[in-house]
Design a protein around this ligand. Structure first.
Ligand SMILES: Nc1ncnc2c1ncn2[C@@H]1O[C@H](COP(=O)(O)OP(=O)(O)O)[C@@H](O)[C@H]1O
Ligand SMILES: [Mg+2]
Length: 323
């Protein structure tokens, strides 16, 4: 069966006529690719379902099983050559960032809208660069240093004191975040991170929010809602759910909502999970996640995040059809 050409590949006039013929007001029958690892990921599955319910034709591809030929907007995946997509939504794990950004960059060069862009994906995947972009946008972050392990003592003396937070630039789910109570531990962690090939970030430990953070779910220019995540085990300083944290709905005020939206915008992300520490000097942003967990957030907040994302994407596509 013949497939329709991607709108983005058509000249403006043809595009407009085709859009009118297809029905401008909805994204029905648009062809969207969702890039995400493991077909078993329940959050991505939920997003795919929500898009399908909105009559979007959705293909879910593993980025690490997908390739592109230079100059050709079609994706090749597991032996198939797919029709050029009208848009691509990327929910990418750390391990797939580099290849996924190549795929996104190529699609962008072919005029295919991507959520997010390759540049925003890469920025959000590096905690140091993320903090720099946030700070440049006037957003408060904890005192942070991108350093070499040889500088740890100096940084403790001059900036953070003890205890000190050390992070790998590309960690996730709390796995690459360490709290060192002593200089010896700090040195050992820093050397280990470097030997492992990771880039090192030191941060002042925000003691007053030990084991607690706020995750705000941003969709477009709106903060959809938030949860407060709390570590449950004694001595745990990380609030992430996959290291045992528990979340409850957090009532958003205008300050936190606007901070979260500005943080997503600073990274150019169309949707994001923004992690915030409530410190004595006000809210501090520590991370902006380009592929926030959807199902856990919905369960803990009572908000249909997959539906909100699908509505945002379809509204954008409907608009893009005549843009
Ligand atoms: N500077 C800090 N001060 C206090 N707690 C922190 C700090 N940085 C991180 N944490 C704790 O560790 C958790 C994970 O840190 P984060 O930078 O968001 O990395 P990840 O990508 O692994 O989630 C945070 O949710 C928070 O509970
Ligand atoms: Mg985090």
């Amino acid at each position: 069966m013949g497939r329709r050409p991607a709108l983005s590949k058509l000249p403006q006039d043809n595009r407009r006529r085709l859009c009118l013929a297809r029905g401008v007001q909805s994204a029905a029958n648009m062809n969207v690719v969702v890039l995400g690892r493991t077909k078993a990921n329940p959050s991505t599955a939920n997003l795919v379902n929500a898009l399908t319910e909105r009559q979007v034709t959705c293909a879910w591809l593993d980025p690490l099983q997908t390739s592109v030929a230079v100059g050709d907007p079609r994706l090749r995946s597991e032996g198939r050559r797919l029709p050029p997509p009208d848009a691509v939504v990327a929910r990418i794990d750390q391990g797939a960032t580099d290849h996924a950004s190549v795929l996104l960059e190529h699609l962008e060069s072919q005029g295919v809208p991507t959520f997010p862009s390759a540049a925003s994906l890469r920025l959000s995947r590096h905690k140091g660069r993320t903090l720099m972009a946030l700070s440049a946008a006037g957003i408060d972050v904890p005192e942070s240093i991108c350093l070499r392990s040889t500088e740890v003592d100096q940084v403790i003396d001059d900036i953070t004191g003890l205890p000190i937070i050390l992070k790998t630039a590309r960690g996730k789910g709390g796995e690459g975040v360490f709290l060192a109570e002593s200089r010896g531990t700090a040195r050992a962690i820093a050397a280990w991170v470097e030997r492992d090939g990771g880039q090192l970030i030191a941060q002042r430990f925000v003691e007053e929010s030990r084991g607690v953070d706020v995750r705000v779910f941003v969709v477009g220019e709106r903060a959809l809602g938030a949860v407060r995540r709390c570590a449950q085990s004694p001595g745990e300083y990380r609030s992430n759910i996959n290291v045992g944290g528990a979340a409850t709905r957090f009532p958003l005020n205008d300050t936190v909502a606007s901070l979260a939206v500005r943080s997503a915008q600073a990274l150019g992300l169309p949707f994001a999970g923004v992690d915030i520490l409530m410190s004595h000097r006000g809210p501090l942003v520590i991370e902006v996640n380009s592929a926030p967990g959807i199902n856990g957030f919905s369960r803990d907040s009572g908000i249909d995040a997959a539906g909100a994302l699908a509505d945002f994407i379809t509204a954008h596509l409907a608009g893009a059809r005549v843009a």
